[in-house]
Design a protein around this ligand. Structure first.
Ligand code: ZN
Length: 715
């Protein structure tokens, strides 16, 4: 008792002392970054038939600007996107237009890695082949969203600087289990036993980090960043609705519970980690897949029983992918809530100086030395994808299934087949034991297929060190990077916290450890620069960490290429060139086609209401900052109040193409918490109505359903 009381008094004194001299100013901002939701292949699964038909959860950019007491500044932006590319970050910073304050060096832009965002924002050809090519509508929406969020965070922090009144920043860490599993455990097992033993039984990184931003002197929360390693692939490759997946869903849960708070759930070392925690099972037999190869027995007519990867898929923990997304999001939120409720020992107030280092590194042919001893390890190879890459993962089997795609009508296919197996003996030796499927580093027609210059970036905010990596590091790869940096910074400072900000600034596939690379699972097949790639990252991060510690500058390095202005839209047509739309005879845009309810029977929580409208292509207007739909409640006095919009998980909107118009369905899942009353569904659309002087004329329209009663929970 006495000890607890003493601790509380001590804590109060510390808190008072800290209140008197806050040293950090923190601005937060959020902006809509939703790109086209129809007609564009979703990015991540590389499945040509996975083309968007609507929206599950709107995509956002969430920005945080940190300024210390001498004016040093850094920004972190988390974007609901598959990843972030060099062009996206560059265009966003150009739009912000304050290069002295926000530039490539001090700003991190990190993708959450949702696999249900639109494609078309990465310039290198392999990624265009994996999506709908180059899509200006996607990259514009995403770079605008990042720029707007960052500008809002900037305005927020400038107000504090003008008043000389900063905010309190707390950081903490906890462990989150039961929200992730390793999808390549046989590769993980190749890591040294002693190293694995240091992390107990966990073959995934269970560290859950949080940064909380509070109004100074008060406990009012303003912003949150969390880092936890898991692929947001709860929405699987059968999904056709744009969605921010489990990470964005978690943001939505927190931001709705705490209005005004900007809550980013950012990506980390998720390379070999899935949220489909029921694990891989054979769709045909129901049994677990083969452990080493993630395959299932298939009986083929001529060949008899053979092992194939296609039937092996991981699911769970929900009854369907929407339910799994919700559950994984809720587990993120629960970990965060525990931290926010914890005492000062677990969430400690930080302050201190802000510093950053950034360098561009030419990866192919880089000489790699052990970061600690300086001993020569090897040389990086020209980028190449291995056979294991084509097999895909238990999150989406048979990605780029080249055997099945041989008859593809994709115009890029002949280019790819031309290069198949055309590779040099040097490249084969360099990439060993990877067998080269696509030597992307040597393919430059019509443009380069893989990046060769990568950004390496480190930001330090007091004791918080953020390593921004342009790749998907596996569990152990990320742990090695964190351990190296922790070791370096701990020499001069106690209690350093290191996080890996995944998929930041540019995208260059996966990074496994040297040992995992020998096993050549999907992640090893996608470690494009060869077996020493992780050691190269360790070497380069060690260099910029040393520069930071010694107060020296780091070299800028070679300028990365930007050929995005030369890119042609290959699979995507500009709105202007699409045919005009018109409603069916006798109907108007916004008319009701069908309603799922019968007006006299009340709906209950758990029920679903669907209204189908005569509509138009959703991508005619992205409704940035707005909504394609509203769920409205009748509040006496003829007033209808909006209760849900399209960014809410309770709603979905989807389209069925009828050639001259779309059948647009607005779906509402009645939640448990809903107030009994009278409700209706509203749709906001825009049709391609005509052309004037060659310019497309868009006609806005609205549709409103009949009303339906909702009763409380039965009983
Ligand atoms: Zn991934």
């Amino acid at each position: 008792m006495e000890r607890m009381a003493r601790r509380r008094i001590f804590g109060t004194i510390v808190a008072l002392a800290l209140n008197c001299c806050q040293a950090l100013y923190v601005g937060v901002g959020r902006a809509d970054a939703t790109g086209p939701t129809t007609g564009i292949q979703l990015f991540g699964m590389a499945k040509p038939s996975q083309v968007g038909t609507g929206l599950h959860l709107r995509l956002f950019a969430r920005a945080f600007v940190f300024v210390d007491d001498v004016g040093s500044r850094s920004a972190f932006v988390s974007l609901d996107a598959g990843m972030v590319g060099h062009v996206l970050k560059k265009r966003a910073l150009e739009r912000v237009g304050m290069p002295e304050l926000y530039n490539e060096t001090n700003t991190i832009v990190s993708g959450t890695h949702t696999h249900s965002g639109p494609s078309g924002f990465l310039q290198h050809m392999i990624f265009q082949f994996a999506g709908s090519g180059w899509v200006p509508q996607t990259i514009d929406a995403m770079s605008n969203g990042v720029a707007t969020a960052l500008t809002r965070a900037h305005e927020d922090v400038e107000k504090q600087l003008a008043l000389g009144r900063g905010r309190r920043v707390k950081i903490g860490a906890t462990v989150l289990r039961n929200a992730s599993i390793n999808r390549s455990p046989s590769a993980y097992l190749a890591n040294p036993e002693q190293e694995r033993a240091a992390y107990g039984d966990d073959n995934v990184d269970t560290d859950f980090f949080a940064v909380g931003v509070y109004e100074n002197g008060e406990s009012l929360l303003q912003g949150l960043i969390t880092w936890f390693a898991v692929h947001p692939t709860s929405m699987n490759n059968t999904n056709r609705l744009v969605s921010s997946d489990s990470k964005g869903y978690a943001s939505s849960l927190v931001e709705r519970e705490r209005p005004g708070v900007v809550a980013a759930f950012a990506s980390a070392n998720l390379g070999d980690v899935t949220g489909n925690i029921l694990g891989p099972h054979c769709l045909n037999t129901g049994k677990p897949c083969d452990f080493d190869h993630s395959t299932c027995p298939v009986d083929l007519p001529v060949r008899g029983e053979t092992q194939r990867n296609e039937p092996c898929a991981a699911f769970g923990p929900g009854v369907d992918m929407f339910d799994s997304t919700r559950i994984i999001a809720q587990r993120h939120k629960r970990a965060l809530d525990l931290l926010l409720d914890a005492d000062d020992a677990e969430m400690r107030t930080i302050d201190g100086k802000i510093s950053y280092r950034h360098t561009y590194v030419q990866m192919p042919h880089l000489e790699v030395r052990d970061w600690k001893t300086g001993a020569l390890k090897g040389t990086l190879c020209d980028a190449a994808l291995g056979d294991a890459f084509a097999a895909g993962t238990i999150d989406g089997s048979g990605m780029f299934d080249f055997t099945q795609n041989a008859t593809s009508n994709n115009p890029l296919w002949p280019i790819v087949t031309n290069f198949l197996h055309k590779t040099t003996p040097e490249a084969v030796a360099c990439q060993h034991p990877k067998t080269i499927l696509l030597p992307t580093g040597n393919m430059s027609f019509p443009h380069p297929w893989a990046p060769s210059i990568l950004p390496i970036q480190l930001v330090k905010i007091g004791p918080l060190v953020i390593a921004a990596v342009p790749t998907e590091m596996t569990t152990m790869a990320g742990r090695r990077l964190k351990a190296m940096l922790r070791g370096k910074f701990s020499e001069s400072e106690p209690n350093v916290t290191v996080v890996v900000a995944g998929l930041s600034n540019e995208y260059a596939d996966y990074t496994t450890t040297y040992e995992e690379y020998q096993v050549q699972r999907y992640e090893g097949g996608s470690t494009i620069y060869g077996p020493y790639q992780l050691d190269a990252y360790l070497q380069e991060f060690a260099h910029i960490a040393d520069a930071m510690l010694n107060n020296e500058p780091s070299p800028r390095g070679p300028e990365p290429e930007d050929f995005s202005d030369e890119l042609k839209e290959r699979f995507w047509k500009r709105l202007n060139s699409l045919e005009l739309e018109s409603p069916p005879a006798g109907a108007d845009f916004g008319d009701i086609i069908q309603e799922s309810w019968n007006g006299s029977t009340p709906l209950h929580p758990g029920d679903v209401a669907v209204a189908t409208f005569v509509g138009a292509d959703l991508k005619n207007d992205l409704k940035i900052g707005g909504s394609y739909l509203e769920v409205q409640r009748f509040d006496n006095e003829t007033v209808w109040t909006t209760v849900f919009v399209d960014a809410d998980p309770e709603t979905r909107i989807s389209c069925e193409d009828k050639h001259t118009y779309q059948e647009v369905s607005v779906r509402f899942d009645v939640p448990n918490s809903l107030l009994p009353g009278t409700y209706r569904l509203v749709h906001h659309g825009s049709a391609r109505k005509g052309r004037k002087f060659g310019k497309l004329q868009i006609q806005m329209f609205n549709g409103t359903s009949s009303s339906f009663p909702v009763a409380g929970l039965a009983g």
